[in-house]
Design a protein around this ligand. Structure first.
Ligand code: ZN
Length: 511
């Protein structure tokens, strides 16, 4: 009996054990199922918000209109300083409105080039345009790639896939950044050879600055404007003629009616004095001219954000960035009319000047709005100073200081004793060639700018609380703001070769 009972008990135990093991198994299968189901659900949500945006009204879920805005030298702090300046000039603490910072997608982007941690615009423009790291100072030049595998600019690829293409810049049209989108050259300094490739691209719109070295370094070459005309381009400086251009023309090349010494457009801060159009005017007309059923790709460069930053001219930089934002707003207005088929990307090729919002002169204090007291750019004021220098041989410090108070500032600035010492040193050096500084001290004080002009600008930006670490570029990451179709592709951490790769990827373009 006991044996039977014992067997039963033992079997019962086994049975219970088995029962629980099966139960556990079922539960874990259920759990696994549950995990799978929730994973699938997450994936579905992810795909629905990341990749598979709804098809736009012509049934394809890829942008028909692509805007790529490049603020040359525009680091995160350039944007932040402009926002802080806008708030401060309204007497507020906080950040004023730079419109493209409202965009939903944000990334930060690395900028190093193939042979330098700190890039130039040529290599950076090449990486953005062609998706491959290039050497410092080249233009979309990839000697290591086989002839039939050379990286191509995204503008050329968009154009060969049926889109119209437009290239706009506030600097000369054969300068490094615009050149990277239509030319190939081993050196960004070969302006003539680069410019000669512009009409060969067949892109429908070029606008902004003129050709630098349009007849070659020695003025012995065919005029590049004539060459573009021979290729069927209509060249105009009258904005209103763009939209009436004959459609049989290869394209339009709009040259701003006012150009400075390097064939670039005037700074926005000097436009009241010098005239000419704003970047936004050119973008608006280019959109009208390029709009067509196959869409367009447009690269717009705010080139002189970099130039102002090379002079550590904070006030001019801020006005240049606001001008750039206004140009982006033109694209945004178009986007509002075509929300399901437009992509706008705003980024930079590198950071220039090592800008900071805060400096040793002020510690925790700042007054960024004071930058509004500056009336013209350092380079414009340098022009006035050089005119004075050529007009006489005996120079008056008081005359120069008065000139600054009337022509550089829009109201007289109270100068401290320390300010006066700095101004006198710069005056003596520039006008009389007298200085106690060594060459490296001179460089760190004035860079390669006009010593007197840069000193007045630095007195103001010091007071504002702006700091600089260099007259050159830095290796800092740059911001990427984007909105519209596929803008989610430009989020998180990215590299400047990622623009080309991601565009080609979701556009399904053949390289
Ligand atoms: Zn630069």
């Amino acid at each position: 009996m006991a044996q039977k009972y014992y067997t039963l008990m033992r079997n019962g135990k086994i049975f219970v054990k088995l029962y629980f093991q099966i139960l556990i198994l079922i539960m874990s299968i259920r759990k696994i199922k549950l995990v799978f189901i929730s994973l699938a659900a997450v994936m579905l949500v992810f795909l629905s918000c990341k990749g598979e945006e709804p098809a736009n009204n012509n049934g394809v879920n890829k942008p028909k209109y692509i805007f790529l805005f490049i603020g040359d030298g525009m680091g995160q702090n350039h944007v932040a300083l402009t926002q802080a300046y806008l708030a401060s000039s309204e007497g507020k603490i906080g950040m004023g409105r730079v419109f493209f910072t409202d965009y939903p997608s944000y990334a930060d982007c690395t900028t190093w080039c193939r042979n330098s941690q700190i890039t130039d615009s040529g290599a950076a423009g090449s990486a953005i345009a062609c998706g491959e790291k290039a050497d410092y100072g080249v233009i979309s030049y990839y000697p290591d790639f086989l002839p039939d595998q050379k990286p191509q600019s995204i503008a050329k690829i968009a154009h060969s896939n049926g889109m119209k293409a437009g290239i706009i810049s506030t600097v000369s049209i054969n300068h490094a950044t615009p050149a990277a989108f239509y030319a190939v050259n081993e050196s960004r300094g070969n302006y003539y050879e680069i410019g000669a490739q512009m009409p060969e691209s067949g892109f429908e719109f070029y606008g902004g600055g003129g050709f630098k070295n349009s007849t070659g370094k020695n003025n012995d070459k065919e005029d590049l404007y004539q060459r573009a005309t021979n290729f069927g381009y209509v060249i105009t400086s009258d904005l209103n003629t763009i939209s009436t251009t004959d459609t049989s023309a290869t394209g339009v090349y709009f040259v701003n009616p006012v150009l400075r010494s390097e064939s670039e457009m005037p700074y926005s801060i000097d436009r009241e004095e010098l005239g000419g159009y704003a970047l936004k005017d050119i973008v608006r007309e280019a959109i009208r001219f390029l709009d067509n059923e196959n869409g367009f790709f447009m690269m717009v460069e705010g080139g002189k954000i970099d130039w102002a930053s090379h002079e550590n001219d904070a006030a001019t930089m801020v006005h240049e960035l606001i001008d750039f934002d206004n140009a982006v707003l033109e694209a945004y207005s178009f986007y509002m009319l075509h929300p399901d088929e437009t992509l706008i990307i705003v980024t930079a090729d590198h950071e220039t000047g090592g800008f900071s919002l805060g400096n040793t002169s002020n510690d925790y204090d700042s007054n960024f709005g004071i930058l509004g007291l500056q009336k013209c750019s350092v380079s414009y004021f340098a022009g006035l100073l050089s005119e004075y220098k050529q007009s006489t041989t005996v120079y008056e410090l008081s005359y120069v200081t008065d000139l600054a108070m009337t022509d550089f500032f829009n109201q007289p600035l109270n100068l401290t004793a320390e300010d006066s010492v700095r101004i006198t040193e710069a005056f003596d050096y520039y006008f009389n060639g007298v200085t106690h500084m060594t060459d490296s001290e001179l460089y760190s004080a004035y860079g390669s700018s006009n010593p007197v002009a840069v000193t007045f600008s630095k007195i103001l930006s010091d007071r504002a609380g702006v700091g600089f670490t260099t007259w050159a570029h830095t290796a800092a990451k740059v911001p990427v703001y984007s909105t519209g179709l596929k803008s989610l592709y430009f989020t998180g951490a990215m590299d400047n070769t990622g623009f080309h790769k991601r565009l080609v990827d979701f556009m399904g373009w053949k390289e």
